[in-house]
Design a protein around this ligand. Structure first.
Ligand code: KIV
Length: 270
């Protein structure tokens, strides 16, 4: 069974950590079969699963629901449960309560929250409750209205201070999103905890991508940092079109898909 101390030790030994998001049972099974180091149940599900324009509408109940499916599918994996907007910003007490739900009801191993210095009290309180925390700085999608768009974050002093604050508060790792590669390298060099990059160059201690982006399952415009490793969206439409065509032509179902008659194979349970 993978653990946070294992991941921290492996990153310290120079291994690059592989993290992918997943939001449901089959996705988590595929991620586990691929041998990723951790599965992140990101609030990005608001966009890629729920079809919202941003992540702000995702609720804590929804995150618990998705974490539960993922942790059931991958009981051996490190599952990172993302704290949604307004489940932790108001107070350290609300942050601990929300994190507790993701672990207790959702089966998460660790939680992630967005924000640096401003969220240090929340990170410290959750860690004191014995729940490991992953930080997230740079482009923080829950701050979309303050940031004014999904763009590269360049405030060097701010980001170095945020990274230091997240580490000092007790986080075991930190996501760097949309940060210029040299700045991400400087942050990675400054910290003892692993940095997990997304749009932050190759010097980070690990990388994360969104499941639907890397598999071509999301038909919105991907960010520049996304690499598509497959085009499952197109493959899915092609398969569904073949099904529709065969039903309309009367060629599906064939005799081999029915029951009764001498030439039928025996009934199989699923
Ligand atoms: O919500 C999410 O999936 C994330 C990752 C992209 C880091 O925060």
């Amino acid at each position: 069974m993978a653990s946070i101390p294992d991941l921290v030790a492996r990153a310290a030994g120079g291994e690059r950590l592989v993290v992918v998001t997943a939001y449901d049972f089959p996705g988590a099974r595929f991620a586990q079969a691929a041998g990723v180091d951790a599965i992140m149940v990101g609030d990005s599900l608001g966009v890629v699963v729920q079809g919202r324009p941003n992540t702000l509408g995702v609720t804590l109940d929804q995150m618990v629901y998705h974490c539960e499916m993922v942790s059931r599918a991958a009981p051996e994996a490190v599952v990172i449960g993302d704290l949604p907007f307004m489940s932790y910003q108001v107070s350290a007490a609300s942050a601990v309560a929300a994190a507790g739900r993701l672990v207790k009801e959702g089966g998460a191993t660790t939680v992630k929250l967005e924000g640096g210095e401003r969220m240090a009290a929340q990170i410290a309180a959750i860690v004191r409750a014995d729940i490991p925390v992953m930080g997230h700085i740079g482009l923080t999608p829950q701050s979309i209205h303050r940031l004014g768009g999904y763009r590269v974050q360049r405030d060097r002093d701010r980001l170095l201070a945020d990274a230091a604050a997240v580490e000092a508060a007790g986080a075991w790792a930190v996501v760097l999103e949309c940060v210029e590669s040299d700045l991400a390298a400087a942050i990675t060099g400054q910290l003892t905890i692993p940095t997990i990059g997304i749009g932050a160059g190759g010097a980070c201690a690990g990388q994360v991508l969104v499941y639907h982006d890397l598999l071509g399952l999301y038909d919105g415009r991907p960010m520049r940092f996304v690499k598509r490793y497959a085009n499952l969206g197109e493959a899915t439409v092609a398969a569904l079109s073949s099904f529709a065509a065969e039903v309309r032509a009367g060629t599906f179902p064939g005799p081999e898909h029915g029951f009764g008659g001498k030439t039928q194979p025996p009934e199989r349970s699923r």
